[in-house]
Design a protein around this ligand. Sequence first.
Ligand code: NAG
Length: 405
Amino acid sequence: MPSNMLPLPSSTSKRNRTYFPSLPTNHNLSSSQQVLQTLRSRTRLTNLAVFLLLLCLSSSLILNLNYLLLSSSSTFRPSSSTYRTTSSKGWDDLITPSQLRSGIPLSIETTIERDPRYSELNHLIMVPGHAIWLGHDADKVNENDDWILEPMQKGGSVRTYVKHIQRGVEELKRDNNALLIFSGGATRLPPSPPLPEAISYHNLAHALDLLPSTPISPSDGESKAPLSLNLRAATEEYALDSYENLLFSIARFKEVTDRYPERITVVGYGMKERRFTNLHRSALAFPLQNFTYIGINDDLPDLSKHYAGELKFGFKPFLNSPTGCHPPLSTKKLLRNPYIKYHPYHTSNPELLELFEWCPPLQSHRERDSLDEYEGVYGMSFGGWVPWNAGRMEGDEVTWGRERD
Ligand SMILES: *[C@@H]1O[C@H](CO)[C@@H](O)[C@H](O)[C@H]1NC(C)=O
């Protein structure tokens, strides 16, 4: 045999391998011993091994299928009785029927008591965070030193962040039924502290004395005094990208008010208007007519680079992956969670479990050269049930852009 030829399988099998020492010949075997002996002869043994392997494989397949089927139906649709049936014993003297129905663990739900006026809020004003402010001094909010910034954010962007916060508060003052939510997680690597962008924005708003506790007198038709501004400014501390800014601030609105918003106003970068309006809002199936975007850009003579960057690194990737669950967007999120934070919204918003886990396959679209050319092109919408759009009629919403190319 030439040395470069591999030995043939038959040459291996010809070598006598002994799995068991041969049994002594015995003609007085009981029937069970006979069966055993038959099985133990070499070819039968192989058959037995194959049979056992197949048995293992098929049972594992069945278990897996069972798991998949269960997880796509019942596991992600917890009934409101999830916690009632498993763990309501012992809480009986504390809980209310609505807490029992909430589907939220009673150990958490029984720590929550809301001012009844929160349930009248219906307007979410969201300011997405872009960086972390570590300062204390109101005089220096417009200087880079007190901020944790990416190199490209050092050309005056912090002034824009401060404007976003100020404008968010102005919108809040205009509507006594609004809740202002600063949104953004602890996205920066050490040596940045594990401080969420949202808390730093909230700190900044207080440093500028924008959110006073001054009582507000009721307007016509209101029987009670509205909640003061400081009580209507909350933080959403986990979002890792703009899609999560919108989704998680809706979930946070539910935590604070015990209901979902009917109107949403986002105050952010002008160049991101199309991303929020045509993609994120559409992904969440929130009605277009109840959604407002207020865009404020950096104060620069030429923003064309900003718009080109937004098209390439923001709009197009989110058009192809509405929830950002594929690269490159998923990779960005990996880098933005250096402190290994787990958000609480699966627990507080069990009705949104399917939406949180929604990960449609990558879409492909015809490439266009500027954001303007995507006017009227809407991203894919979540097809499942969402509480803010429960009465949605088929065809109300453009599920796909005009072109599905
Ligand atoms: C949209 O706003 C209108 C008017 O404020 C309101 O009646 C309606 O319920 C809102 N739609 C949703 C889905 O919340």
